[in-house]
Design a protein around this ligand. Structure first.
Ligand code: BG6
Length: 489
């Protein structure tokens, strides 16, 4: 199979920090189709005027600063660089798209590529113009797929507008909305765990599960992205997409097949079943916070308002915790707690499924409730917390233990990073892990009442010290139901 992959935003951060290292990993693992046969080409386009050689040298330099495990050796980069090309493009100029078309049409051997992937790693306000121009240049035939990076819109209206333009040029199965959390290995495992094993499904319901917690905690602050972040906030940046996608993977009904639409239909049903927010329930069930100066990993760090490019007095939230429910037969009454934030105590992404306690406990003083922890970060794996007999089996010798599956150790050579996985899926046309437009719009519909209520609320976000687990109100939110976040259990 031959392919051309075009990165719009070819000199941007996303391209050199995430996409090129991921492609390089795929290349190193021998997974890039046609790479060894000269059938794979990667084209970066951006505004600057530079030659292929200059771009390769620039990229080479940039890749020296990525994680050591993803850094190419000199010899590897030399081979990888043969696949990489650069063209200058002004994205508003129709003739530049015709030049692109020309470039795509001319390959060694004469035959056009079987697949062309247009990856829009630009600011989202350019998505409509790029799609329209691709359509006008005839670069939308069935060989072409377009990958859209988040954030897709700022609210429901803007997301619908982007989708309208995308749909006017590309069929739904040509438009791949990326949510890199869906590419994380643990999310694949969640699917395998639920639908590949008979063990969990009978327990995966309100009768056995007390509550579910999704935590996406970051220890980093907003870094150099202060201006972007301030227009976005944690709700749009992490909840509307990553956290809700994880929730759908946990809560969905078993799909009838592994087909992309069978899966996405079930995820959409979950999004439609989420309890809608009202101004009253936002005030009660949603906590927003903003970090102040504090200490992370022993180092003093500034508060959000002191970060570069953050406007003075900003009310942007860097933390959100919320409680919701999935209103259907399987989940009625089970709290789903979602929490995400910057500058929290640790980088820790995990889903905790807390099971109900045993109906009658014969071990006095023992807390006998099981929990399943699906760890996404920093390492990925599964932990099943059980109570077991330690030594003689007397009750005073019972102790919690966990069955700990470390996937990195179990399958050391098979692990594939999120972007690597998603890029390979985009090239192969596997759509399972991409978000359909109706899912994405439904997620916006659900978060909008929160945004609207906050816009009218004078109180603004609560504060929390960098290096903590967020405002105290986030613990109170969970404690109200008699529960606690996993690190407090
Ligand atoms: C991105 C957000 O989508 O996800 C960032 O825009 C966030 O703000 C990042 O830092 C987190 O991704 P990961 O994979 O590092 O947890």
């Amino acid at each position: 199979m031959s392919f051309d992959l075009v990165f719009f935003g070819g000199t941007g951060d996303l391209t050199w920090r995430k996409l090129m290292p991921a492609l390089f990993q795929a290349f190193r693992h021998g997974k890039l189709p046609g790479a060894e046969q000269g059938e794979a080409r990667i084209l970066a386009v951006a505004r600057d005027d530079q030659s292929d050689e200059q771009y390769r040298a620039w990229l080479h330099e940039k890749l020296r600063s990525v994680d050591a495990s993803k850094r190419p050796s000199e010899e590897e980069f030399e081979r990888f660089a043969r696949l990489i090309f650069y063209r200058r493009m002004d994205l508003s100029q129709p003739e530049h798209y015709l030049r692109l078309k020309d470039w795509l049409a001319h390959r060694d051997g004469g035959r056009p590529a079987d697949t062309v992937v247009m990856y829009l790693a630009t600011s989202p306000h350019l998505f409509p113009v790029i799609c329209e121009q691709l359509g006008a240049a005839g670069l939308n035939d069935e060989r072409v797929r377009v990958v859209l990076e988040k954030p897709l819109g700022h609210d429901l209206k803007s997301a619908q507008e982007i989708n309208r333009v995308v749909r006017s040029v590309f069929a739904e199965n040509q438009a791949l909305r990326i949510d890199h959390y869906l590419g994380k290995p643990s999310v694949q495992n969640l699917s395998a765990l639920r639908f590949g094993n008979a063990l969990f499904e009978p327990l995966w319901r309100r009768e056995s599960i007390a509550n579910i917690q999704i935590t996406l905690a970051e220890s980093l602050g907003v870094g150099t992205r202060g201006d972007f972040y301030d227009r976005t906030g944690a709700l749009r940046d992490m909840v509307q997409n990553h956290a809700l996608q994880l929730l759908t993977m946990i809560a969905m009904e078993p799909p009838s097949s592994h087909d992309a639409d069978a899966i996405r239909d079930e995820k959409l049903k979950v999004l439609r079943s989420l309890k809608p927010f009202t101004p009253e329930s936002v005030a009660r069930d949603v906590v927003r916070g903003q970090y102040r100066a504090g200490t992370v990993g022993g180092q003093p760090v500034p508060g959000y308002l002191e970060e570069a490019k953050v406007p003075p007095g900003s009310r942007c939230e860097t933390f959100v915790a919320l409680r919701t429910e999935v209103q259907n037969w399987r989940w009625a009454g089970v709290p789903f707690y979602l929490r995400t934030g910057k500058r929290l105590a640790a980088r820790d992404a995990q889903i905790v499924v807390n099971f109900r306690p045993v109906p009658h406990c014969i071990f006095p003083g023992m807390h006998t409730a099981n929990k399943l922890v699906i760890k996404l970060q920093p390492e990925d794996g599964l932990e099943l917390h059980l109570l077991a007999a330690k030594g003689s089996g007397q009750h005073e010798h019972l102790a919690p233990v966990s069955l700990d599956l470390d996937f990195d150790r179990a399958f050391p050579t098979e692990r594939v990073g999120a972007y690597e996985r998603l890029l390979l899926d985009a090239i192969a046309g596997r759509l399972n892990l991409f978000v359909r437009s109706d899912e994405q719009e439904q997620a916006w519909r659900w978060v909008e009442p929160i945004l609207d209520t906050w816009a009218r609320d004078n109180a603004g976000p609560r504060t929390y010290a960098a290096g903590s687990w967020g405002p105290a109100a986030a613990s109170a939110l969970v404690a109200r139901d008699g529960n606690a976040w996993s690190e407090e259990q």
